[in-house]
Design a protein around this ligand. Sequence first.
Ligand code: PLP
Length: 431
Amino acid sequence: MTVDTARFATRAVHAARSRETAAARATPIYLTAGFEFDDFDHAADHFSTGTGFGYTRTGNPTVRAVERQLASLESGADAVLVASGQAAVSTALLSVVGAGDHIVSSTHIYEGTRGLFLDNLARLDIETTFVEDIADPDAWRAAIRPNTRALFAESLANARNDVLDVAAVSAIADEVAVPLIVDNTLATPSLLRPIEHGAAVVVHSASKFLAGHGSVLGGVIVDDGRFDAERAGHNAPHLVLPGRGGAPSVFSRHGGRARIAYARESVAPRFGASPSPLNAFLIGQGAETLSLRVERQSRNALEIARWLESQDAVESVDYAGLPSHPHHETAVRYLEGGFGSIFTFTLRGGLPAARRFVEDVRVFTHMTHIGDVRSLVLHPGTTSHAQRTDAERAVLGVGPGTLRLSIGIEDVADLIADLSRVLESVRETVA
Ligand SMILES: *Cc1c(COP(=O)(O)O)cnc(C)c1O
């Protein structure tokens, strides 16, 4: 019996079996849970060596294509795509740290990541020390302990737009043979590639600039592929010691790529935050236009930041592209072709002014997201940073009148007209 002579219900599920290998120029979307094995040995080989594709949670050609693309954009050796930015951060960390280990992190990080450190990793007996002045190398050194296994920071941070001296902090990580993991979401590889400055691992929320259109969630871990067993093996027994049942170590199988191989084999598929191939496709397509969007967004953002700084209703603007920013020189040194498009500014009128502002915008969208083609606004003090104390918010640059902008690709004249009209009504409100 062939499929053609089978009965209706059988033909319904078997007649459309694709075995075409056509050289599609755009990345095809392999929206399939799994892949047919050629024969008995092929299945056994796949399970023993991990080569080829078997099940989408452990590998998928669409996902693989996007991993290669993003590894290339970040000047890394390899990448693992996961379902969200938070999955990227947790996968990267759980590939490096275990119970009893310690992390040193910048305090200027995404609130979700801070929660991961304080609520989730802490329960696994992984403790984190936070560094406030990330520009002070001694502050990083002082926080390191014998059981420190990772340094973590964002290259360009929200809300205060702190800029990481990637080379300086990478060198400190290197002194103790642990990886510096950099969340490069806000800078994007279009402006800064941390691996080129010595970082070992880069993570992203691909939901932001990489996908770019505010339609999907995703995350990626990119690795430099330079794991050195001789220097760092004592800090990574899970990479250099034999596996369960005496299996060859990850390092003996993957060499310098041991860390990312471990993330791909043991962490991402086990904790299970697998990306949908459809989302992977959309992230890959977004990344094709990343440089164009970031260039336009950065240009728009600089013009808007300068304009805001000249308004009397505005108390301060925290944008690394402005000479008034304390990290402006570091930004000039590290960011190529723009200063990014996410920043905060503070209105003189405090909370009532901020409320009026978000309720009055028309071209800007009031929502919690960043890195979109559309311009967005959010009041951090009552949303993302609501759980913080006043003192903590002050350190992070979040006051009652502070607003976060994510600038899109619209015509900047329309954006400034929207802001100008809103500031006029803010002045009336608080006058
Ligand atoms: C959004 C974001 C995350 C979390 O990413 P999701 O895709 O929302 O899970 C992590 N880090 C930074 C800097 C972010 O902006």
